[in-house]
Design a protein around this ligand. Structure first.
Ligand code: LLP
Length: 433
C-alpha cells in the first residue's frame, strides 16, 4: 500500500494524484479514496483465498465504507457484500448489486428491514436474534421466496483489541448464545421450514486483530457446534463464516497478509471436518477495514495556530471529530503529513485539533511537522478509509465532507460534499408553535 503514497517535488501524491492540487480543486475537508488501494487487498483475497479454497467467498463489510462507487468497484471485482441496515441495502439496491451476493446481518433487524431484504432476495440472512425467524417467515410468505440462513453465534472468546470493538466474547449483544436449549431448536426450526435453507454458522471475534489465536479459538468452538449439529440433528453445515477483523496499518503496525490468518483457519477447518465426517464447509469472510482503511486519506486545510509557551502548540484544521470520530471514541492513532511540505524537515511537535466544540476533538496529539507549517497548508491524515466517512456526523451542523476517488493520476467525485441546505432540509417549525 505504501507505493500508493509518493513524494514528488516536495509534495504528497496518492494513487498518482497531487494531494495539494486535489485539495485546491475539490476543497477541504475531503476524504480521498484510492481505486488501486481498494483493489489491491481484493486481489490478494482472490488469489490467496477465493481461488485457493473451494466455495470460498468474500463479503465486504459495508459498514467500513458504504457508497455507490464502492459497491460498483465490488461489483466489477465480483465480491459479495455484507450489509447491516436497510440504509446500506438501499445503496446496494441503487447500483443493482446482484441480490444473491448480499448478506444481511444485524443484531436487531427491524420488520421493515427484513421485509426489504426478502423482497430484494438477498443471498443470506444472518440470523442474530431469538425472535427473528417469524419475521423472516412472514416476509418469505409475502414474496413467496425461500431464504438461505446462516446463524451468528457468540463463540465466547476475547480478542486483544480495544474493548469497544470486541464482539465475540460471551457478554455481547451480538450472536446467539451457545446453549443447546437455545441454539438447537432455532436450527431445527430453520431446517424444518419449507421457506428456509440452513447454510451454516457465523462468528465475528472483533476488529483490528493482528494475531490468529482468537480466530482459531473461535473457529474451534464453531467446529464443536458443527459436530453437535451433525450428531444431534444430522445436519451438515455447508458454510462457516469467519467474520472480519483483519488488522490494518494506521501508524507503525505491520499489516499481516490475509493468508497469515486464513491458511491456519482452513487447515483447522479441514481437519475438524474430517474428524466429524462431513465435507469441509465453504469458508466465508467479511473484511471491512483491511480493504478500505489504508486506501483512504483525509485532506484538511490548516487554520489557526496557537502556541501555549512551555505547554503545547495547537494546529487547527477545518475538519475533526465530525469526519473522524475514531480518535475520541477509541483513542485511535493516526499518522499524516503536511502535503505541500512533504520533504521539509519535521522539527516541530504539535497537536492537530479540529474545529468542533469538544475537547476530545483531537486528530493527532504528538505530531511532527515542519516548523514552517502555516495557515493555508494542506494536512493529510493517512489510513482514514475505514469507519471515517461511514461514522461521520453533523455535529455543530458541519456538513459531511465529500469523497473523491483517485486512480492512476485521475480523480472524480464519489460522494459530493453535503451542503448546509441538505443538513437543514428535514427540519420544520412545528405547527403547534
Ligand atoms: N462482520 C461483522 C459481523 C462485524 O461486526 C464487523 C465489524 C465486520 C464484519 C467487519 O470488521 P472489520 O474487518 O472492519 O474489522 N467502528 C469501529 C469498528 C467496528 C466494527 C464492527 N464490526 C472502528 O472504527 O474501529
Amino acid at each position: 500500500m505504501d507505493n500508493l503514497r509518493e513524494i514528488k517535488e516536495g509534495k504528497l501524491y496518492f494513487d498518482g494524484c497531487d494531494m495539494t492540487e486535489l485539495a485546491r480543486t475539490y476543497g477541504t475537508p475531503l476524504y480521498v479514496m484510492s481505486y488501486n488501494g481498494i483493489r489491491e487487498p481484493l486481489e490478494e483475497l482472490q488469489r490467496d483465498f477465493v481461488d485457493k479454497y473451494p466455495g470460498a467467498r468474500v463479503a465486504y463489510a459495508s459498514k467500513a465504507f458504504c457508497t455507490k462507487g464502492m459497491y460498483e468497484i465490488l461489483k466489477q471485482m465480483g465480491t459479495d457484500v455484507e450489509v447491516v441496515s436497510g440504509g446500506e441495502l438501499y445503496v446496494a439496491e441503487q447500483v443493482n448489486f446482484p441480490p444473491e451476493k448480499v448478506e444481511f446481518n444485524g443484531n436487531n433487524k427491524t420488520p421493515a428491514e427484513i421485509d426489504q431484504a426478502v423482497r430484494y432476495g438477498v443471498g443470506r440472512i444472518i440470523l442474530d436474534g431469538l425472535q427473528e425467524i417469524p419475521l423472516i417467515l412472514e416476509a418469505c410468505k409475502k414474496y413467496d421466496r425461500k431464504m438461505k440462513i446462516t446463524v451468528r453465534i457468540t463463540p465466547g472468546v476475547a480478542a486483544s483489541t480495544h474493548d469497544y470493538i470486541v464482539t465475540g466474547k460471551l457478554d455481547s449483544k451480538f450472536g446467539i448464545p451457545l446453549e443447546r436449549e437455545v441454539l438447537l431448536p432455532i436450527i431445527k426450526q430453520i431446517v424444518d421450514s419449507e421457506y428456509l435453507e440452513f447454510m451454516g454458522l457465523q462468528m465475528h471475534i472483533g476488529s483490528q486483530l493482528f494475531e490468529n489465536d482468537a480466530f482459531l479459538d473461535g473457529l474451534n468452538i464453531v467446529m464443536d457446534w458443527v459436530d453437535i449439529l451433525k450428531k444431534e440433528l444430522d445436519v451438515a453445515v455447508k458454510e462457516v463464516d469467519f467474520g472480519g477483523g483483519f488488522g490494518a496499518r494506521y501508524t507503525d503496525e505491520v499489516r499481516k497478509p490475509y493468508r497469515f490468518f486464513l491458511d491456519p483457519m482452513m487447515d483447522l477447518m479441514k481437519k475438524r471436518s474430517e474428524e466429524i465426517g462431513i465435507p469441509c464447509p465453504a469458508p466465508v469472510i467479511e473484511p471491512g477495514r483491511s480493504i478500505v482503511a489504508e486506501a483512504g486519506l483525509t485532506l484538511y486545510t490548516v487554520g489557526q495556530i496557537k502556541e501555549i509557551k512551555g505547554v503545547r502548540k495547537y494546529i487547527s484544521i477545518d475538519g475533526g471529530m465530525g469526519d473522524n470520530i475514531r480518535v475520541g471514541l477509541y483513542q485511535a492513532e493516526y499518522d499524516g503529513i503536511v502535503a505541500n511540505r512533504a520533504e521539509e524537515e519535521k522539527d516541530d511537535k504539535v497537536c492537530v485539533c479540529g474545529r468542533y466544540c469538544e475537547s476530545t476533538d483531537i486528530i493527532m496529539t504528538d505530531f511532527m511537522v515542519p516548523h514552517t507549517t502555516k495557515m493555508g497548508d494542506i494536512l493529510a491524515t493517512f489510513s482514514t478509509g475505514a469507519y471515517g466517512f461511514s461514522m461521520a456526523s453533523n455535529y455543530n451542523n458541519n456538513p459531511i465532507p465529500g469523497v473523491v476517488l483517485v486512480r492512476d493520476g485521475k480523480s472524480a467525485w464519489m460522494v459530493k460534499p453535503q451542503t448546509y441546505a441538505q443538513i437543514a432540509q428535514n427540519q420544520v417549525i412545528p405547527d403547534i408553535l
